[in-house]
Design a protein around this ligand. Structure first.
Ligand code: AMP
Length: 135
């Protein structure tokens, strides 16, 4: 049986939402607590917990829908930037364990932040990391 999540209940209309899009692979809603108004979520129809569980075909489709929503935001909200974010698992800050892409409209000087303070590499460390992460 399917794992029930907040987003499966929203998908099925058991919890109200403001839907922007729906098909057999994913759906999109307005985030209830937006970073900026219009902040949308593109959510997998099936409750994959994270990007690793999601088939590539579904993920590619979700990104395509995120791109379309971002384009609508630029036209309709006149935003001049966006953040496209996936939080994977609680360590990253994921609160709802059901794969979703945040699409956040951004405006020059809006004062919002979605990225942390950055680190730097010690000598040679970046070369090692390159070897570790090459695919
Ligand atoms: P994350 O922290 O990546 O798991 O993001 C979960 C997002 O779901 C947050 O930005 C919440 O504001 C949003 N959220 C939680 N409950 C609802 C809801 N009922 N309707 C719409 N968005 C929601």
């Amino acid at each position: 049986m399917e794992n029930e999540t907040l987003f499966t209940k929203i998908r099925d209309g058991e919890i109200p939402s403001k839907k922007l899009y729906q098909d057999e692979l994913c759906f999109s809603i307005l985030d209830i607590n937006p970073i900026n108004k219009g902040h949308a979520l593109v959510i997998s129809a099936k409750p994959y917990k994270n990007i690793g569980e999601c088939p590539e075909e579904t993920l590619c489709h979700m990104i395509t829908i995120a791109k379309r929503i971002e384009s609508r935001m630029r036209d309709a909200l006149k935003c001049n930037g966006s953040n496209i974010i996936i939080n994977n698992d609680p360590a990253s800050g994921q609160e709802v364990p059901h794969l979703h892409i945040h699409v956040v409209p951004r405006y020059s000087g809006d004062g919002k932040t979605v990225v942390s303070r950055k680190e730097s590499y010690a000598d040679g460390e970046m070369d090692k990391m390159q070897e570790t992460l090459k695919i």
